[in-house]
Ligand binder design. Structure first.
Ligand SMILES: [Ca+2]
Length: 390
């Protein structure tokens, strides 16, 4: 009897560990949010640290979407998802290499399937365990201010900058596109979409958002992509395979294999010239763009704290921009050190129609070199935003 009770307790304990929602991760995220708040609090008086949400561009979609966005007030951070929550659980599990892998695999596939059902029925309630952040409390605990010596004001060198954004234009986005990768190359916009049986690689019209080409990725869960010369490389979530396609035909030219999960990908056109890859952890991995060979890792930290769930990436100049999965935060990372050097909250951009869909988090960032703007979108979002980040 006692033995049986012990087994039950162990089983329950294991379940709790498995599904308790990654306490470290949410802690890291809320910490980042608190720090953003603090930085904004520091800027009292300027009154302009919030995003300047002004709609230029007067496309018909733009006007209504923007109006919708500006009425949003609640800044609740969704904390659950279906498919990619399973990613996180699995990721932790892969690291621990416990003998429970089989059970986890089964669970995650079930979760992924659920997510598809959820996304296709657009916005039906998915079980969520919201973990509201206590940003107000955070705001009251003001951080140490910068030195107030008699010397001329010295800008803090280590404090991440809080950026703002301005909407310049909106474009329509396919609401069935579970965006995993988003990138512009020579005036052409490319997108990778995920989920089993819904994964694809696409080219979109940069001016209109229309889908020009759409090739399915059968049986796999596609993830991030990046353009390398005349090719495009696309990751998959847990298949351990990356595909190198001809950019113009989307014909697979080569398949690479790798350990672990694939989430985001970009090519450092300046700086190292290497691929930068995320796997949902706090690490970025560097790879040779010709061979996909791993060249090493860097830990992404925000004031010394590791930032987990680094997702879609965008290499701009010699830095890397990224989103943090399940948050509305964008960070700019110095890939040489892993330091987060800029933070930005785009919660205001989340379309109202996606707020009840816990999987429809933002996950698309593409830099347009020609205009120095960014295009931002999210999973199943109806809108792509062109923004100026300042
Ligand atoms: Ca990107």
């Amino acid at each position: 009897m006692v033995g049986l009770l012990g087994i039950v307790l162990i089983a329950v304990g294991g379940w709790l560990i498995l599904f308790s929602g990654n306490p470290e991760q949410s802690q890291v995220v809320s910490e980042l949010e608190e720090l953003v708040e603090e930085a904004n609090t520091d800027a009292t008086g300027s009154g302009s640290s919030d995003a300047d949400v002004s709609a230029a561009g007067g496309s018909d979609v733009g006007a209504s979407e923007t109006a919708e966005v500006t009425t949003d007030v609640p800044a609740s951070t969704e904390t659950t998802n279906s498919a990619e929550e399973a990613e996180t659980n699995d990721e932790a599990d892969v690291d621990s290499e416990t003998p429970t892998t089989d059970a986890v695999t089964t669970t995650s596939e079930a979760a992924a399937t659920t997510s598809e059902a959820v996304t296709t029925t657009s916005g039906e309630a998915v079980a969520t365990t919201a973990a509201p952040t206590t940003s107000e409390a955070a705001a009251t605990t003001t951080p140490p201010t910068t030195s107030t010596t008699t010397e001329p004001a010295e800008p803090p060198t280590d404090t991440p900058r809080v950026a703002s954004f301005e909407i310049l234009e909106t474009l329509p986005h396919d609401t069935s596109a579970f965006t995993q990768g988003f990138e512009i190359s020579n005036g052409r916009l490319f997108e990778s979409t995920g989920l089993f049986d819904r994964s694809s690689i696409r080219e979109l019209d940069l001016a209109t958002g229309e889908i020009i080409r759409n090739v399915a990725v059968p049986e796999l869960f596609a993830e991030g992509l990046t353009i390398v010369g005349d090719d495009v490389i696309q990751l998959t979530w847990r298949a351990g395979q990356a595909f190198r396609y001809d950019l113009d035909t989307f014909q697979i030219e080569e398949t690479y294999t790798y350990e672990g999960e694939g989430w985001g990908l970009c090519l450092a056109s300046q700086g190292s010239g290497n691929l930068v890859m995320s796997d949902g952890s706090s690490q970025l991995e560097f790879r040779n763009p010709d061979t996909f060979e791993s060249l090493g890792f860097v830990d992404v930290t925000f004031n010394g704290s590791p930032i987990e769930n680094i997702n879609e990436l965008e290499c701009v100049g010699d830095t890397v921009w990224a989103n943090i999965w399940l948050t509305s935060l964008i960070i700019e990372i110095d890939p040489a050190t892993g330091d987060v050097i800029t933070v930005l909250d785009i919660d205001e951009l989340r379309p109202e129609s996606t707020r009840n869909d816990s999987g429809a988090v933002w996950n698309g960032i593409a830099f347009d070199e020609a205009s120095n703007n960014f295009l931002l979108t999210g999973k199943n979002w109806p809108t792509i935003y062109r923004v100026n980040i300042g």
